[in-house]
Design a protein around this ligand. Structure first.
Ligand SMILES: *[C@@H]1O[C@H](CO)[C@@H](O)[C@H](O)[C@H]1NC(C)=O
Length: 284
């Protein structure tokens, strides 16, 4: 029996209860930076590096339409000013959809900024930014995007920090019909990323390295049979996932203590005409 059919049978029989994480060799293609992106440990680990000539990046071989995407990351340590590490989903072409996690580095001793955004049919401008309740450079932490037809949830170590709900009923576009790939990259943006571009990258500290581990997509894979990658032991729980009472408590804690920017509060930027979803009751 082939391994894949063995796994399918074993999953149906309930024999596999552990999460079988993906493998970077099977799941990803290096897209830029060539030897600066390294797959290590038989495909379990991947490191990206950035020097003064180039950054590096990778993308998933498959496209997905809804799912839960987990990635463990350890960010550039020390003086990471001007570096941007990313983990995001995006479709291609005009009017694209995108769901972003971006990690903006900082000078030593100053906190990273976690930048999130959602694009639907080419339109973004839905940023929320956070500081973290831990140091993201000393250990791996799990960053998760849950994307279903009802909502998008951003989580870190299973703690929800942001929910972007489907407000199509109020005329707000929502990503729901364009398949997306998973992308990750490490690049330089010292013209804007750190303290508005005032703090520049210290190239004497290069190469800068960010590490990725244990990618897992529990998702609806497009054009592949069987189309569901139900390797996670929660089956397709993501397809209806929302926040329960504990999740609502946790998101309130994160947003009250660690949120540093919310587009829905930026009256100046939108000249008093906040986007429609900002004026609706929160749907968690
Ligand atoms: C860097 O540190 C400063 C000072 O603590 C903080 O205001 C800022 O949000 C941090 N992040 C970035 C990306 O500038």
């Amino acid at each position: 029996m082939e391994l894949s059919s063995f796994i399918a049978v074993a999953v149906m029989a309930g024999l596999i209860t552990i999460t079988l994480a993906g493998n970077f060799y099977n799941d990803m293609d290096i897209t830029f930076g060539s030897e600066r992106a390294k797959i290590l440990n038989g495909g379990q680990d991947l490191s990206l590096s950035l020097d003064r000539f180039s950054g590096s990046g990778f993308q998933s071989k498959h496209e997905y339409l809804f799912g839960r995407f987990d990635m463990q990351l350890k960010l550039v340590p020390g003086n990471s000013a001007g570096t941007v590490t990313t983990f995001y989903l995006s479709s291609q072409g005009a009017g694209h959809d995108e769901i972003d996690f971006e990690f903006l580095g900082n000078s030593s001793g100053n906190p990273y900024t976690i930048h999130t955004n959602v694009f639907a049919q080419g339109k973004g401008e839905k940023e929320q930014q956070f500081h973290l309740w831990f140091d993201p450079t000393t250990a791996f932490h799990t960053y998760t995007i849950v994307w279903n037809s009802h909502r998008i949830i951003f989580l870190i170590d299973n703690i929800p920090l942001r929910v972007f709900s489907n407000y199509e009923a109020y005329g707000v576009p929502y990503p729901k019909s364009q398949p997306m790939r998973v992308y990750a990259s490490l690049w330089n943006a010292d013209d804007w990323a750190t303290q508005g571009g005032r703090v520049k990258t210290d190239w004497t500290k290069s190469p800068f390295i960010a590490s990725y581990r244990n990618f897992n997509a529990d998702a609806n894979m497009v054009g592949v049979n069987p189309k569901f990658t139900t390797f996670g032991n929660n089956g397709q729980a993501w397809s209806t996932q929302g926040l329960d009472a504990a999740g609502r408590n946790r998101i309130r804690w994160v947003q009250s203590k660690y949120m540093i920017y919310n587009y829905c509060k930026d009256n100046t930027r939108f000249a008093g005409r906040l986007p429609a979803e900002c004026k609706r009751p929160k749907l968690l």
